[in-house]
Design a protein around this ligand. Structure first.
Ligand code: AOF
Ligand code: ZN
Length: 363
């Protein structure tokens, strides 16, 4: 029982790196000697010390002969940081309790092997499921090179994301909206279609204490984004990428000069090729994208097979209206049997609103 308490402490520490370490994993470590926690640490920022070194250097007494609980297999390679296995061996830790394996090809079992070769006892798979569940973004990114895409929308009980005029503020209550801001902090980027910019003129910033703004991405096939939109006006302070297929060089320059980056992406099915865009985002280390709509881009994203998870906020109210928009537009599938399938949802309540989260199954 005590073992679990120490690993859960390490997990809580790992979560503190949320939003600051991407595209690295969230990792926490706790050092225990004679049933007492003598050191703890977590990976705090990308490029910074790994959890194990933080924990070792925080020790209030000599870690020789101690146990280390670490949520991810210690690394054994030289990256931006030296190998953690070296630090563990040097510190004289005698037993390492590991949660997840590190699928990074530079590590992948070799970290554990290295510790064992040095006579250190290793317990593997400890609270593995809980440890794995904090790093789904990292696992996906390190093994595919593509960002993890979360499609998020908020709708009424009759499946509307706005009333017939297009007005959508607000569908859900304060608590649910706060959760969206936590996710803007968690994921590297937030992405919308140009329709949402033209209709809502959003800022797409993260407004919670201690949070950081995600990179903003606008999919704008014909480069229609207005220079006086909030996004363009704040693009010198917040990294902003406009993905377009347009060849209008003059407009291109104007938007670039205002502070935005332009990614030129070819068209597929009448929309910029989202798979190509995702590959490009992966190449610049964007490990995750929160897709915040609207209906046109949501369908294009499903069709392009880039969506990993769906987040649906449902508010107990009804808008009605044959013209009021629903979350996913486009053509849709032609038969119920052709539906995109998702896993049984995880359900969370935010006061009267509920959040359903499901993984999208690959077709
Ligand atoms: C650990 N503990 O706290 C983290 C690990 O460039 P670097 O040196 O920061 O290495 C990044 C890689 O190291 C990352 O892809 C993952 O495999 C591992 N991250 N490993 O032992 C940590 N953050
Ligand atoms: Zn390491």
């Amino acid at each position: 029982m005590k073992d679990e308490k120490y690993m859960r402490l390490a997990l809580n520490l790992a979560e503190k790196g949320c939003g600051k370490v991407n595209p690295n994993p969230l990792v926490g470590a706790v050092i225990v000697k004679n049933s007492k926690v003598i050191g703890k640490g977590y990976h705090m920022e990308y490029g910074g010390f790994h959890a194990e070194r933080e924990a070792i250097s925080s020790c209030c007494e000599c870690p020789e002969g101690a146990d280390m609980y670490v949520t991810l297999e210690p690394c054994c390679h030289q990256g931006k940081q030296p190998p953690c296995t070296e630090a563990i061996i040097q510190a004289g830790i005698k037993h390492v309790i590991v949660g997840s394996y590190d699928p990074n090809p530079l590590v992948s079992g070799k970290g554990i092997q290295m510790l064992k070769e040095h006579g250190i006892k290793v317990t593997e798979n400890f609270l593995r499921e809980e440890c794995d569940s904090v790093n789904y973004v990292f696992f996906n990114f390190i093994s595919t090179g593509f960002p993890y895409v979360v499609m998020k929308y908020a709708m009424t009980m009759d499946g509307k994301i706005a009333v017939r005029t297009g007005e959508s503020r607000w569908v859900t209550g304060k608590e649910a909206r706060k959760q969206v801001h936590r996710d803007r902090n968690r994921y590297s980027a937030v992405m919308v279609g140009i329709g949402t910019v033209l209709k809502d003129d959003p800022l797409l910033t993260c407004r919670i204490a201690g949070g950081r703004n995600p990179i903003r991405i606008v999919c704008d096939t014909d480069l229609r984004i207005p220079e006086d939109s909030q996004i363009v006006k704040t693009s010198r302070e917040i990294r902003t990428i406009i993905a377009t297929a347009s060849n209008d060089v003059r407009q291109y320059r104007k938007i670039q000069q205002a502070g935005c980056e332009i990614f030129h992406i070819p068209v597929k099915n009448g929309h910029i090729d989202l798979k190509k865009l995702m590959r490009k985002l992966g190449e610049i280390n964007i490990d995750s994208v929160l897709l915040e709509g609207g209906a046109t881009i949501n369908w294009a994203a499903l069709e392009a097979d880039i969506v990993n998870k769906i987040q649906v906020y449902i508010s107990p109210k009804l808008f009605g209206g044959g013209r009021a928009p629903s979350p996913i537009g486009g053509k849709g599938v032609s038969m119920p049997a052709a539906a995109f399938m998702a896993s049984p949802p995880k359900i969370t309540f935010f006061n009267d609103d509920i959040l359903l989260e499901s993984e999208v199954m690959k077709k």
